[in-house]
Design a protein around this ligand. Sequence first.
Ligand code: WT7
Length: 631
Amino acid sequence: MSIKIQTLAGYIHEYQKSVLQPDQFWARVAESFHWHKPWTEVVRWNFTEPSVEWFVDGKLNITENMLDRYLYTKGGQTAIIYEPNDPAESAISLTYRELYERVNEFANAMKAEGVTKGDRVIIYMPMTPEAAIAMMACARIGAVHSVVFAGFSANALADRIIDCEAKMVLTADENFRGAKVVPVKAVVDEALERCPSVEKVIVLQRSGGPVTMQEGRDLWWHEAIAGQDTECPATVMDAEDMLFILYTSGSTGKPKGVVHTCGGYMVYTKFTFENVFQYKAGDIYWCTADVGWITGHSYIVYGPLLAGATTLMFEGVPTYPDAGRFWDIVDKHQVNQFYTAPTAIRALQAYGTEPLEGKDLSSLKVLGTVGEPINEEAWHWYHDHIGKGRCPIVDTWWQTETGGIMMSPIAGIIPTKPAYATLPLPGIQPVIVDHEGNELTGNSVEGNLCIKFPWPSMIRTTYGDHERCRQTYFSQFPGMYFTGDGVKRDEDGYYRILGRVDDVINVSGHRMGTAEVENAINEHPKVIESAVVGYPHDIKGQGIYAFVIANMEGRTEENLEQEIRTTVTNIIGPIARPDKIQLVPGLPKTRSGKIMRRILRKISEGITDDFGDTSTLLDPEVVAQIIAGRK
Ligand code: WT7
């Protein structure tokens, strides 16, 4: 039996056990899974190298715990409900038995195309059940998937393929997103011009639109599965074998491949899914994320299916065909748990309550948010108008690197407080440290959020560059995992996430490195130098503000700004397009040449004085000029 928290006292009891006797605690959770061979040691770790192993020597296959395990008990129950982009297209349900067969069949198809254990497979697909099937088919045969959000550009896709030396790419002809049709196969074709590692591309026919198929390299999904057996023996994996790589942005340079492994990720995602959302058999659960992000991995696919839940996948966007779409879907499928991002809530809030009229939201029991701090106003709107004051909101704080939810109310059990992630889940030991790394104990403190003890689904390494993992997460505060977030612990001991303290910005819940956006801007031939900061944005949470020094010869301000936006879209994708571009004569630098971003951040917020200590500033005149021209 796994651990299911049902009361506040139960939470406190389990939390204490998880800290005092972590081995016993996690062994008890892990025992509820099917293992080919049990572990010999629960956890072995040090945060110096770092080296973290969970369920040492344990053998398993995660898909057996999602599919095979439910064949007898839930074979006829719906595993996935698929709601297409266009509401006129009918929804599709797949039972656990059907999902089992489709995963096995596709696993056999990949095998037939030469994929074997350890090979990397890129998934660049629409939000259709095939994306989830592809992930599980990889896991079935021990291939390592790396899902790339299908909004990334050809260039960004190529970078990821090259970094992990992928052998195969899974994609579609075209994706439907709202009123748009995105030619994803064409994007893949462009990316593959510089990706020699890719041998095969399997293409799902989604739109039926025109594509070019390269002889010998490309084949259709339906042809690949034709005649394949619906039974594929699961490859037995070591608990620490790689399950997937997911690229995410950091404060420097190119995105890094966060590596998650089979055993710990399996144990933690199911445990947190069941407890945080208080999922009960028969409930319909819907997370609106895309499988291209960690939320889609852990809480659309792995967590829910490990728990035998019914998980809804929505292909479209919240405002298509109108701003009532989310609520139509909740009504149509009688959704019980609904999990979305603050940016979506704020965007829908802007339409008022009219889109809610006539929509039956009475099935809702739990509401969730993730990805960025939620402001109190949006929290209350969500609570009052969507939850009708009856549904607890779980404000879940976690990261790509943490694999699963770290801090969150447990629905209906831990009392909520607007904009607070409240308390750590069992097994999670957060600490707040000051700049020198001193732990700040007691309540009413604020500082950097670190975690001092490992948890099963934590990052193991950054693919191909372990030193980068050490440097990024384990060097600033020795002996601890540093999250990059600022946090406050209030007078009640409740945690409130304050946002990033590094050069990472969060735009509509999408994480981006300022350096990454600057590098893209600097690719424009007229750009000499740039500095990017995040500024408060009503809907997106943060907007992108770019200060750019450029050679204006032959350009007007408008056309240069437009060209810069296009450059960023081509290099990263539309999500990284700067909201504001200000052409400046210079940047505020210290005598040693470092950009004083603090000043730029203040200017972007509309603050034009009170810059703190500016004694190291090389040329104060530049600051006055930037203020004069601010957008
Ligand atoms: C960063 C991680 C975890 C899935 C989606 C984002 C911010 C995440 C919250 C929250 C305040 C949050 C943090 C974190 N964040 N959840 N509930 N309240 N901030 O994953 O792309 O890896 O981004 O998102 O700043 O470090 P990600």
